[in-house]
Ligand binder design. Structure first.
Ligand code: NAG
Length: 197
């Protein structure tokens, strides 16, 4: 009885975990930010994608190749990373509860508990070099083993996602006095969440 009541309660106050597919809006995947921080550069300016191959096949992106970081920052800079999910609602982009912040991205990029690692950095295999230099260019090469990015997300808890969304990913470099360098990186991935069940 108690359990049933609790389930009912949960059922009306929050949504159950749901499965989603994210349908990409931009075939280039990483778009420049429409509302990024002042002076922001996009992925293509920050990184040389010439040797990166991305093949889309249904809900899977096959990624392979090496990326050379062109971002011109100082080796002792602290890199912050932020990922925000925004929802397009009645003509404007609104924040959601889904947000991640790394105050020191370089110290956590090989932390197994981080989404950054699960979805990306685990596939950067020249780990010794990248742990030392991180993404502080210019000239750092990120050697990727081929990997798949699945655009299906299973068992996501939280409010129901419906409609148009974008993930905005921002990297800042801060100097020894915590002053941001002039050209942060900002990229966004736009698409639509389709609820599967
Ligand atoms: C990536 O770089 C590594 C190390 O330099 C090299 O062995 C490999 O062939 C490169 N892969 C591609 C696809 O360019």
């Amino acid at each position: 009885m108690m359990k049933t009541l609790m389930l009912l309660f949960l059922g009306v106050t929050s949504s159950w975990a749901a499965d989603y597919e994210f349908l990409l809006e931009d075939p280039d995947i990483l778009s420049p930010c429409t509302d990024g921080p002042p002076g922001a550069i996009d992925a293509r300016e920050a990184v040389d994608f010439e040797h990166i191959v991305i093949n889309a096949e249904a809900d899977i992106l096959h990624v392979s190749g090496n990326a050379t970081v062109n971002w011109n920052v100082h080796p002792t800079d602290r890199i912050t990373a932020k990922l925000e999910l925004l929802h397009f609602n009645r003509g404007s982009w609104e924040p959601t509860v889904f947000t991640m912040n790394a105050k020191d991205f370089c110290s956590i990029m090989y932390d197994k508990n981080q989404y950054w690692y699960k979805y990306w950095t685990t596939y950067i295999i020249n780990r010794d070099e990248v742990e030392e230099k991180c993404i502080k260019g210019p000239g750092v090469v990120l050697v990727h083993e081929p990997f798949d990015v699945r655009l299906k997300f299973m068992n996501l808890y939280g409010p129901t996602l419906r409609g148009r969304y974008k993930m905005v990913i921002t990297f800042h470099a801060l100097d020894d006095f915590n002053v941001p360098r002039p050209k942060p990186i900002c990229v966004e991935i736009r698409g639509e969440f389709l609820k599967l069940k």
